[in-house]
Design a protein around this ligand. Structure first.
Ligand code: ASP
Length: 349
């Protein structure tokens, strides 16, 4: 009888102790009461704010003394800054790629647009391509002789036609329909490219020339603040190229490729080798299927699959990293990103 109060206290304390034990030992109850949607991982990711851009102005078999390259450095920096302004303000990677390449096409120092090299027949036949990494949409043109800015024509093919690749007269008819700037073929004439052809014809007969000391095919790759990648390439091809020859620059997967799943790539060098090895797509595939970093994927293809002297690539990955890899003596190139990086390089350093 005298045990009465103790018993009633026990009756009260026992359930409380059991409840405390259950919470303390991490039983299933508390986990289930925590809603999954409250964890940070389930919230929508914040939009990426990083941007990055890289450009090239051609692979070089000979690197001339730095002083002689000053004009090229300045021209590359001007083009690079055109792209950085667009990306900094939240513009698209496609706009950056197109506008940067237009600047380089209008500069006679580079082998694209004004300043393109001559074919064996003494004509200028221009190639260009562009690709949108967000949708895999792409556009390319080859063998155009009257379109002032082939990269803009490639973009129109991508955005305003049902096709991806237009050649020669058809490409030019489409350019006229689109109201793009048409020029007389003589617009593309430059004295030093003409002399390079004459020298080539005397020395090697029909041999086309790959990278020289100022070959100057141009390309641009970019990642915008919206997380989208784009790539573009524009060229006059090789000095002394034969009738109808098409290089890698307008061939999607060879000289140009972009996919938001991996990276954006633009190449320069011996076009035939870049086509045989599907260079640009191969780098993207190594990233996508083998999870290689951009740098490692580019090295795998450019340094191990291609042969020394074949050329190089620029690339930007979806994480904003940049790679510029070549197996020639040098490559006119530049890179910039939202961390404040801005550099123009020519030789191996
Ligand atoms: N890849 C270009 C072509 O073969 C030339 C170059 O990049 O210099 O047409």
């Amino acid at each position: 009888m005298g045990d009465g109060p103790v018993m009633s206290m026990n009756r009260l304390l026992l359930p409380c102790l059991l409840l405390l034990l259950c919470v303390g030992c991490g039983g299933s109850e508390p986990a289930e009461t925590e809603p999954a949607s409250a964890t940070p991982a389930a919230e929508p990711a914040a939009p990426p704010v990083r941007w990055a851009i890289a450009i090239h102005g051609g692979a070089l078999s000979v690197v001339r003394p730095d002083l002689e390259q000053q004009d090229y450095r300045a021209a590359l920096e001007t083009a690079l800054r055109t792209g950085t302004v667009i990306l900094e303000r939240g513009g698209t990677s496609l706009d950056a790629v197109e506008q940067v390449i237009r600047v380089l096409e209008d500069d006679a120092k580079f082998n694209a647009g004004k300043g393109a090299v001559f074919t064996s027949a003494g004509t200028n036949e221009l190639d260009a391509s562009i690709m949108d990494g967000r949708t895999l949409a792409c556009g390319a043109v080859t063998g155009v002789t009257t379109v002032k800015n082939p990269i803009s024509l490639a973009r129109r093919v991508m955005e305003d036609s049902r096709h991806v690749f237009f050649a020669g007269q058809g490409a030019e008819a489409f350019a006229r329909q689109q109201g793009l700037r048409i020029v007389d073929p003589r617009y593309f004439f430059t004295q030093d490219r003409w002399e390079a052809l004459q020298k080539q014809l005397q020395q090697d007969g029909a041999e086309p020339v790959a990278a020289g000391d100022k070959q100057g095919t141009v390309g641009c790759v970019a990642l915008d603040r919206h997380g989208n990648l784009a790539a573009g390439t524009s060229t006059g091809g090789l000095t002394n190229k034969r009738f109808g020859r098409i290089g890698d620059s307008p061939v999607i997967g060879a000289g140009t490729y972009a996919s938001n799943r991996s990276c954006a790539i633009s190449g320069t060098g011996k076009g035939e080798e870049f086509i045989r090895n599907a260079v640009a797509h191969d780098i993207a595939a190594l990233m996508e299927y083998k999870q290689l970093t951009l740098q490692r994927a580019a090295e795998e293809v450019v340094l191990r699959k291609l042969r020394p002297g074949d050329g190089g690539v620029i690339g930007v990955a979806r994480d904003g990293s940049i790679a510029m890899v070549f197996n020639t003596q040098g490559m006119f190139r530049g890179a910039a990103d939202s961390t404040g990086r801005l550099e123009v390089l020519i030789g191996k350093d």
